[in-house]
Design a protein around this ligand. Structure first.
Ligand SMILES: Nc1nc2c(ncn2[C@@H]2O[C@H](COP(=O)(O)OP(=O)(O)OP(=O)(O)O)[C@@H](O)[C@H]2O)c(=O)[nH]1
Ligand SMILES: [Mg+2]
Length: 202
């Protein structure tokens, strides 16, 4: 019988404002990005089976730094600030954008970036642009649709197709796509399996 993957131990290592200040490690790292409030921190908690390892909030703009977590002493997760939150100042947005792009360009042990997309709404231009530029930069990527608990199966199917259709305007082949709900634990096994396989193959 196939075993369900579980995280046994997750430690918060700290928060940094710049990639070059972060501790160096050989451990493979997986990062989580997406619009503010899409559910990045909640997803990290769900994957780790913990309630408040990463700080979450119903108010967008909660995560403002690069946050590292060590997972089972064999890999790391990085919780990133969200992009595209209109209510933070232009200056602050530029700070986040620089923080994120430096991290993505320069982090030597970054294995794969998970780009989170809110499944409840139609494809957002800012997400498509981010996915396209990340793809062009050659950063390995997988997509995770979030908050699937808020939709029935027809709506879910429709919204996933709308996202895929939009991406097919630019891509011949899409990155892996996972459906998740941090509320319900949906997608946990699939995403952890992917992470385990991915870090072993590198
Ligand atoms: N229904 C539902 N709500 C969710 C889910 N994931 C996150 N949320 C809620 O969405 C809000 C934002 O979650 P966070 O995990 O803080 O989002 P984030 O992407 O880390 O946000 P920032 O750090 O502000 O960029 C919170 O109120 C969560 O409870 C989910 O799968 N289902
Ligand atoms: Mg967050």
């Amino acid at each position: 019988m196939k075993q369900t993957p579980e995280v046994k131990r997750a430690d918060f290592l700290g928060s940094w404002e710049r990639q070059d200040q972060m501790p160096h490690t050989e451990l493979p790292e997986f990062a989580f990005i997406g619009r503010s409030n899409v559910g990045k921190s909640s997803l990290i908690n769900m994957l780790c089976g913990r309630k408040s390892l990463a700080h979450t909030s119903s108010t967008p703009g909660k995560t403002q730094t690069l946050n590292l977590f060590k997972i089972d002493n064999k890999l790391q997760f990085c919780d990133l600030p969200g992009y595209g939150y209109a209510k933070v100042s232009k200056k602050q947005r530029a700070v986040f954008s620089k923080m994120i792009s430096h991290y993505l360009q320069a982090r030597p042990n970054l294995m794969c970036l998970f780009v989170l997309i809110d499944l409840r709404i139609e494809p957002q231009e800012i997400d498509i642009e981010f996915i396209n530029s990340t793809g062009e930069a050659g950063i390995p990527m997988a997509l995770i649709g979030t908050k699937s608990d808020k939709l029935n199966s027809t709506e879910l199917q429709k919204n996933i197709e709308a996202i895929e259709q939009k991406l097919y305007e630019y891509w011949e082949e899409l990155p892996p796509f996972f459906v998740s709900s941090s509320e319900k634990g949906i997608g946990k096994s699939e995403i952890l399996d992917f992470i385990n396989k991915y870090s072993k193959n590198k």
